[in-house]
Design a protein around this ligand. Sequence first.
Ligand code: NDP
Length: 277
Amino acid sequence: MSSLDQYSVFGSPIKHSKSPRIHKLFAEQTGQAMQYSAELVPADQFVQTVKGFFTQGGQGINCTVPLKELAWEYADLRTERAELAKAVNTLALQEDGRVLGDNTDGVGLVTDLQNNHQIALKQKRVLILGAGGASRGIILPILQEAPLTLTIVNRTVAKARTLADEFSHKAKINACGYEDLAGQSFDLILNATSASLSNDLPPLAAGILAAGGSCYDLAYANEATAFVRWAREQQARNSLDGLGMLVEQAADAFYLWRGVRPATDPVIQMLEAERNS
Ligand code: NDP
């Protein structure tokens, strides 16, 4: 390996990852001497590839689909938010040789909502669509902002209930199926399903978004996702996708590794401009 500190994102697929670009911009902006690569790592090669990376002097790894649960298992110690998420997106080599696992997805989302878009969570009725890995990762950081209510809705209701139970020592979370939402309305709807990846939309009832409410799709794409288009039709105050979350979670990983938090605004603006060009 080169003498520069080495970082990488592991996943499968990985070709379209924006992380190398984002971390290169962060490193330039903050004057950090480091390199960041992307590696195609299938699940069955995860453990040996991570070991090899750290043995050869690597300092930190981001993990994406389908490796976040494996990274959770691999970590020698974990932050509370990673522990509860049961998923790790950032591995950081510690001075004593142990590997710390963190999950910066949820804090990245909360930062994007509150700092970049002035969407408050405190005292708001928040609805999360989906009960998979992304949903699990955002629950604790959302609860820490003290929403009035938090509801998880999922096609497979049992998965929503399991998630609500796992976090019940932190706060009461409502769990239900889509048909149970009839007559309810929410100030903020977060789409943590993978429906947008197949241009699909969860079955949302009319009137579910309160007047002046906002919508946020954790997925991101060059074109507006099906959920962002739906949000615009509901005249949501904000109809956003997860590009800002992606940059903010990367900034928190960068901070964990380098001890300096880069300015995210210019990077988000650059990526926004590129996808609109
Ligand atoms: P999972 O596969 O773990 O979970 C998928 C969830 O989506 C399940 O709850 C599933 O329901 C639900 N679902 C899938 N299709 C539909 C549909 N057509 N209608 C209703 N529900 C549906 O995926 P992840 O949680 O890992 O990822 C979810 C999304 O979050 C992805 O789009 C991903 O790109 C995004 N993400 C974005 C990040 C960012 O930085 N911006 C970071 C992390 C994730 P069921 O249980 O019933 O099958």
